[in-house]
Design a protein around this ligand. Structure first.
Ligand code: SF4
Length: 356
């Protein structure tokens, strides 16, 4: 596309020294790989990945809880596809399903309500994995269940806010990240102030934009211009998804069900103010309270560098298992499982083995 070529030309003119930019969003990383963009960017411009793949940042200790609950005879686990194969410390939901645990793939949290009605002698449990954009649909399902008196449904809360995790990553001065590219679906609850604060606090350029190649190139150009001018500012190129009133309504809906607390992330440890927890008055719908289970801090997967990749310290070819012991058919870590994982994208779309 001619517009993309022009943006690439402009980028090549502007970037005249080494610059590292973090592309936080898994979908944007996939589009970059699909279009072999790294091969065409200015030599000094290095793109690293970030924590923007929701299944990738769920720690093994959380998956262990999903599994412990799934193997109960009184439980049906209703899960979205991406989560099924993510490994815990020993098992995944898919591996216990193969041994007889009842696990159903669903498209939306509301599907759990029909499942619960159809199976009154079972408890339908939904591992709610996602970033903030997934919180409203989970909140709606919980409120609808409460309204209809459906009490054999509950949620394992594992929804995360992205900006606090990026804040934690950027505290490492050795990373030398000068710019941050994010996508607009990661910003539906966080107001844009969160990204303005990140830019100021870490003296980086920041841009939120869409998923198309054109959007990504426009975003990278905005970052390159900001960096060259020595600016630490925030450029919002995102299409407005919601009106201000609708955004307010969504925030009210989410806060009826959840409050924000500190949460464990894969590779990042505890991130302050980054997780959604169900309010005490709706404790019946919180599976961890219902089954008296706590998350452990189990995190590391042997032979896997997902923790480093998620935090911008490595790229997939830096992992000794990439493409050898770890492939999409036989994955070791979560970044190779979902199509928002950067290892998955590298495996499918890279022709050049690239290291930093
Ligand atoms: S290639 Fe596999 S083992 Fe290596 S970081 Fe990626 S998911 Fe983990």
């Amino acid at each position: 596309m001619r517009e993309c070529e022009l943006l690439l030309e402009r980028l090549n003119e502007i970037v005249d020294r080494p610059v590292r930019i973090m592309v936080a969003c898994g979908i944007q990383n996939r589009v970059i790989m699909q279009n072999r963009l790294r091969e065409r960017l200015p030599k000094g411009l290095t793109l690293v990945a970030g924590p923007g793949c929701s299944a990738c940042v769920v720690p093994a200790g959380y998956i262990d809880v999903f599994v412990r609950i799934a193997v109960r005879p009184d439980v049906i686990t209703a899960s979205c596809k991406d989560v099924l194969s993510v490994p815990g410390s020993r098992e995944s939901l898919a591996s216990v399903a193969a041994k007889g645990a009842r696990i159903v793939e669903i498209a939306t949290p509301r599907d759990c309500l029909a499942l619960a009605k159809a199976n009154p002698n079972k408890i339908v449990v939904y591992p709610a994995v996602g970033f903030e954009a997934s919180a409203p649909s989970v909140a709606e399902a919980v409120l609808e269940a409460a309204e209809q008196g459906i009490d054999n449904f509950c949620v394992i809360p594992s929804i995360r806010l992205l900006p606090p995790s990026i804040d934690q990553i950027l505290r490492d001065p050795c990373l030398n990240i000068r710019g941050l590219l994010c996508s607009d679906h990661l910003t539906s609850i966080s107001d844009t102030e969160a990204y303005t604060r990140l830019a100021r606090k870490h003296s980086i350029a920041c841009c939120v934009t869409g998923f198309e190649l054109f959007d990504i190139l426009r975003g990278l150009l905005s970052l390159a211009i900001q960096i060259r001018r020595g600016e630490a500012s925030y450029d919002d190129q995102a299409a407005e998804y919601f009106s201000t009133e609708e955004s307010e309504r969504i925030r009210r809906l989410v806060s009826q069900v959840f409050f924000i607390t500190d949460t464990l992330w894969r590779g990042l440890g505890i991130v302050i103010g980054s997780g959604f927890v169900i309010r005490d008055e709706l404790a019946l719908y919180d599976a961890t309270k219902r089954f008296h289970i706590r998350f452990s801090e189990e995190d590391q997967l042997r032979g896997c560098a997902c923790d480093k990749i998620i935090s911008g310290k490595a790229l997939p070819p830096d992992c000794p298992s990439f493409g050898m012991a770890c492939t999409p058919e036989d994955p070791i870590g979560p970044c190779m499982i979902t199509n928002e994982g950067i290892c998955w994208s590298y495996f499918h779309f890279s022709s050049v083995v690239e290291t930093e």
